[in-house]
Structure formats: C-alpha cells, structure tokens
Design a protein. Structure first.
Length: 127
C-alpha cells in the first residue's frame, strides 16, 4: 500500500500534511492523544470559538483522563466537542485536531475506558 491520498482514503484515514508519527507498541494511546491535543491547543490562534475553546477542552479532558481523574461521560464529551468543532472554523487546524481525536477513540476505545475504570493510567505513563 502506498502513502498517497487514495490509499489513505481506502483505509479510512488521510494523508494530511504528509507527516508520519510512529508510535511504539505498548504506548498509552490516551497519553499520545493528550500530547497531540496539547499541541493543537497551543497552536490555535484563537480567532474561531470552536477551535479556541474546543482544542483547550480536548486537551483538558484528556489530561484528566490520563491522570486518573476522568469522569463518567468524558469520552462522550470529547466526541461531542469534536462534533461541535468539525467544519466550523476558518482554517483546517480545528479539523486536524478533531480527526485524530475521533479516530483514537474509535480505534482504541478500550484504553480510554480502562483509564476511567481503573482511575489511573494502566500503562504507567505520567505527565
Ligand atoms: S481554526 Fe484556524 S483560524 Fe480558527 S482559531 Fe483555529 S487556528 Fe485560528
């Protein structure tokens, strides 16, 4: 399989800007997403409310889940915030934050639920 737009679309993802992040087996995907959302929250220029507030909320909720302080409904909250961001901003930065947030949850939901259930990171990762 090639790394091109059509190949990426076939497997339900996107080529984006062409960057690739290799995540080692055993990495906590909640922590990985939290780090990613911190990046978007930092990079948001603040012009659009869905991006300015949404990226900040995503980073905040993910941080508390990773730190064992997640609340029931936090995963649904993340997905709801994503729905309120997607396609509602001037530039694609907010969409670029939403897409990994949704796909991490869709593909690794058990890891998010595990953090909420155990009230800690089951993988021992800490900020
Ligand atoms: S979507 Fe783009 S223009 Fe809007 S606040 Fe985010 S970075 Fe700024």
């Amino acid at each position: 399989m090639g790394f091109d737009i059509e190949s990426m679309q076939k497997i339900g993802t996107m080529a984006g800007s062409g960057g690739v992040i290799v995540i080692p087996e055993g990495t906590c995907m909640v922590r990985a997403l939290s780090v990613l959302m911190n990046f978007y929250a930092h990079e948001s220029c603040g012009q659009c409310t869905p991006c300015r507030e949404g990226c900040g909320w995503l980073a905040k909720v993910l941080r508390r889940i990773e730190n064992g302080q997640g609340r029931n409904g936090d995963v649904e909250l993340i997905l709801e915030v994503c729905d309120n961001m997607l396609g509602r901003t001037i530039c694609p930065l907010a969409d670029a934050a939403v897409m990994p947030a949704q796909s991490f949850i869709w593909k690794f939901r058990e890891e998010f639920d595990g953090h909420l259930r155990e009230k800690k990171c089951p993988y021992g990762n800490r900020f």
